[in-house]
Design a protein around this ligand. Structure first.
Ligand SMILES: NC(=O)c1ccc[n+]([C@@H]2O[C@H](COP(=O)([O-])OP(=O)(O)OC[C@H]3O[C@@H](n4cnc5c(N)ncnc54)[C@H](OP(=O)(O)O)[C@@H]3O)[C@@H](O)[C@H]2O)c1
Length: 320
């Protein structure tokens, strides 16, 4: 309840920021001109705003987008206000393992450093579909595509951090919706079961997977002594294109919870804070909301579940 009060009032938490803080405010004074950032889904919503603010702070931003036309418009509008912005676009369809591999190859060919990976792209509440790899679409897009992407870019992130001495950061966009998932959290034995599919629970499952992925990654990176962190976050409730598959439900939710909703600049704040802020240095395996460390569920801190999901995902990406 306390966190909802913070969210509604905008009162700052221990970090000095809160739900009312914007991405520009939480990155004020930060020079990111030595950093290269990948943001998936930077063609719309809070990913586009995070891309804008990262570029404003000087970072070289690589937008991973399936809609490259929309990503180009985002790039043009950023350049209008920040002519020095460095932005590249590389196509990616996160529900396709082949496309994720192609994205990683194209990025690695550029021989750039990689300091920050923001796994932001997502879909919500869509009707049952399977990806071209035969995986339920919300799990495939929100979790599995990002799992593979992170795996393919991890060596680059570790070597960049080792060479430069600058901490690498991986940021997974989750959601408070992870609290509403199937029994047991992740239904490994029924991941593609159409008959018992529920669009809301499947979204919650995929967002829980984002948290567990970051947690297990953080554990592994710590064990290896790599100078790379991994965290997950809830950006808040923000009116974006995310609600397109469930317009009626999302409108009803907005009416019922109108005090909790944020603007897009506020919605991108936690991503930018976790990715860039010096106070987050060394923090890994945590779940953030409103630019502060926050609480997740028993599933969200279940280490065995995280390991099981890791092994399950490893098997699934082998096939694509
Ligand atoms: N908005 C909220 O209230 C809220 C709350 C909690 C968590 N989140 C999380 O925040 C993240 C960003 O959401 P948003 O609100 O900014 O939504 P959005 O405006 O719909 O943006 C989502 C982005 O992901 C991209 N995307 C979706 N499926 C993709 C795929 N298969 N391959 C490549 N890119 C794909 C979209 O591209 P297209 O334009 O081509 O579809 C878009 O650029 C999501 O992970 C979401 O779960 C949002």
């Amino acid at each position: 309840m306390a966190s909802y009060l913070w969210e509604a009032t905008g009162i700052a938490g221990p970090s000095g920021f809160g739900s009312a803080s914007t991405a520009e405010q939480v990155t004020e004074g930060i020079d990111a001109s030595h950093l290269t950032v990948i943001i998936t889904g930077g063609s719309s919503g809070i990913g586009a705003e995070a891309a804008r603010v990262m570029a404003l702070r000087g970072a070289h931003v690589i937008i991973g987008a399936r809609n490259t036309e929309a990503a180009n418009s985002v790039k043009q509008s950023i350049l209008e206000n920040t002519p020095s912005a460095r932005i590249d676009i590389i196509p990616i369809e996160l529900s396709s393992l082949k496309s994720v591999r192609a994205f990683a190859e194209k990025f690695l060919e550029k021989d750039l450093p990689l300091n920050i990976l923001i796994n932001n792209a997502g879909i919500m509440y869509c009707p049952f579909q399977v990806s071209e790899d035969g995986i339920e679409m919300q799990f495939a897009t929100n979790h599995l595509g990002h799992f593979l992407l992170t795996k393919l870019l991890l060596e680059k992130m570790k070597s960049t951090a080792a060479r430069t001495g600058i901490e690498g950061r991986i940021v997974n966009l989750s959601s408070e919706a992870h609290m509403t998932t199937y029994g047991g959290g992740i239904r490994f034995d029924k991941i593609n079961d159409k008959d018992s599919y529920n669009d809301k629970l499947a979204y919650g499952q995929s967002k829980l997977a984002n948290i567990l992925h970051a947690n297990e990654l953080a554990r592994r990176l710590k064990e290896e002594g790599a100078n790379v962190t991994a965290n997950s976050l809830h950006p808040g409730l923000i009116k974006t294109n995310l609600g397109r598959h469930s317009a009626f439900f999302v409108t009803a939710l907005r009416i019922a919870t109108y005090l909790l909703w944020k603007s897009i600049p506020q919605g991108a704040a936690t991503s930018c804070y976790v990715a860039l802020h010096p106070d987050v240095k060394g923090v890994s395996g945590k779940y953030f909301a409103d630019c502060n460390v926050s609480k997740t569920t028993a599933n969200g801190i279940d280490e065995l579940l995280a390991t099981k999901l890791w092994d399950f995902s490893e098997e699934l990406v082998k096939s694509g």
